[in-house]
Design a protein around this ligand. Structure first.
Ligand SMILES: C[S@@+](CC[C@H](N)C(=O)[O-])C[C@H]1O[C@@H](n2cnc3c(N)ncnc32)[C@H](O)[C@@H]1O
Length: 217
């Protein structure tokens, strides 16, 4: 009973798309935590954190290792299985809970000292601003929302990937879309940092990310 109820909250097409994406190789992502998350969270006292679209769990495992109590969600059970293994290998299972959630259908309950959305980007239809607004509502008083997204195609993107109609929302556009009351929220970062990264072909290139960090007063 409980299980069938749960399944209505997952869009099977979305789950299938991401399970297939993850199924294409034994590991899709680097296994290293995202550098902007490390930079931001590394300066904060450990508390509770919600990781949205946690993938194979590198951020969640790193956060747990820093003493955070982590709730990490993703729609892909393939990704979550890998994340659980990574947490076990790192010895951090008591501090991290991985849960399957389709953020287009529902949102985790509770409030958190940090809500993190790292490259929560998908080629499927996705109510991005609705999800990010729900993310802001899940921030505890004094807590923060960190959104990091691609700001440009990576240099190694093929022409096939460079759809001319793709728009990478600027941090300001994201902030405007969140519609946060300035009396209740302070903007701590709103920028487009560059970093060097290695692409799938082994070549390094410069990436532009879009970063938004807001704090609930
Ligand atoms: C580009 S990956 C980023 C993964 C990870 N945060 C990182 O930075 O490496 C996007 C992630 O969002 C997840 N995702 C996509 N649509 C989702 C949805 N509707 N609900 C929950 N997770 C979703 C995917 O399964 C994937 O793991």
């Amino acid at each position: 009973m409980h299980d069938s109820h749960h399944h209505t909250r997952i869009d099977e097409e979305t789950a299938r798309f991401w399970d297939e994406r993850y199924g294409q190789s034994e590991r899709i992502w680097s296994g290293r935590p995202n550098p902007h998350l490390v930079d931001v969270a590394g300066r904060l006292p450990a508390g509770t954190v919600l990781d949205l679209g946690c993938g194979e769990g590198a951020d969640a495992v790193w956060l747990a290792g820093q003493g955070w109590r982590v709730t990490a969600v993703d729609v892909s059970s393939t990704a979550l299985d890998r994340a659980r293994v990574a947490a076990t290998e790192a010895g951090v299972t008591p501090r991290v809970e991985f849960r399957r959630h389709d953020l287009t259908r529902d949102f985790p309950t509770g409030t958190y000292d940090l809500v993190s959305a790292q490259f929560l980007q998908t080629p499927l239809e996705f109510p991005r601003l609705d999800v990010l607004r729900a993310a802001a509502r899940a921030v505890a008083p004094g807590g923060r929302l960190l959104v990091v997204e691609h700001g440009e195609f990576p240099p190694w993107a093929t022409d096939h990937h460079r759809h001319p109609d793709v728009h990478f929302p600027t941090p300001q556009e994201t902030l405007d879309g969140l519609d946060l009351a300035p009396a209740d929220w302070e903007t701590e970062r709103l920028d487009a940092p560059r970093r060097t990264a290695t692409g799938p072909d082994g070549h390094t290139g410069e990436l532009v990310d879009h970063l938004l960090l807001v704090r609930r007063r």
